[in-house]
Write a protein that binds this ligand. Sequence first.
Ligand SMILES: Cc1ncc(C[n+]2csc(CCOP(=O)(O)OP(=O)(O)O)c2C)c(N)n1
Ligand code: SF4
Ligand SMILES: [Mg+2]
Length: 297
Amino acid sequence: MKKEKTMKLTLPEEELVGSGHLACQGCGAVLAMRDVLKALGPKTVYCIPACCWSVIDGPFPHSTLGVSIFHCAFETAASTASGLKAGLEMVGEGETTVVAWAGDGGTFDIGIQALSGAAERNEDIIYVCYDNEAYMNTGIQRSSATPYGAWTTTTPVKHFKNRPKKDIDAIMAAHRIPYQATGNIAFPEDLYKKAKKAKDIKGTRFIHIYAPCPAGWKSRPEDTVKLARLAVQTTLFPLYEVEYGEKYTLNIPVKEPKPIKDYIRLQGRFRHLKDPDIEQIQEEVNRRWERIRKLCS
Ligand SMILES: Cc1ncc(C[n+]2csc(CCOP(=O)(O)OP(=O)(O)O)c2C)c(N)n1
Ligand code: SF4
Ligand SMILES: [Mg+2]
């Protein structure tokens, strides 16, 4: 009989995400929070705008998180976090890490003005975007992070999304902030390391985490980690860091990329796509991967 391979994770065992949260089964956003909080530790304050995570946490006075949360308006994650940090400094709590934790809608779309302002001022905050590629909390509407070809309730099958995903990482690199990185829940040690590194840097830090959503992607909850891994193995979502908008480092090299079809066929949101549509997506993935590889070389 073939012996099963087992792998021991090197993450700390202490959990700051408790049981009893309100997320759907297989929610990638919860795994993202677990990995990041393990790195940041209890001396952290979160600022969460309207998104799935403002519900997942639980109704007041209960909370699944072992740290304080300030729930803010949808468009204000970065500006509220900047204010929180300034206030904490004034009362002698400047060592507390302040995190703005927002979805893709709150980051790529409605919160981008506040985020751009904070990044340009180099506010001393960590901004994390967990990207599930649509407005999930309000019923799966398309955002500018939704990929080409996807079904959502506002891009129905006959009019599937025909624009590419916005390149938020390039936008953030243009701000020349001290640190930014992409992260993925299927690579917890890489994500943990990045959050830890971000914690020790001053100024604006941005982490963009790929977080599958079975409810919105029409995927099986048990495929969440597999899908996230495939996003890296197909080079759809490369894992890299950028310092000051210039120094790019590739963290997970991919020697023989898997075909994007393997990733697409596991998700109901792409069920309507025909082979030529998938070939078009493959070409775009190859083109973008080539660009990132050049930047990282
Ligand atoms: C100004 C404003 N507009 C719209 C809403 C309604 N709303 C709440 S959460 C949400 C979707 C958030 O999407 P995203 O940021 O991607 O997070 P997700 O729900 O996917 O986790 C919307 C549209 C709101 N709360 N405030
Ligand atoms: S809708 Fe998606 S992101 Fe929101 S809790 Fe459910 S699985 Fe998580
Ligand atoms: Mg979203």
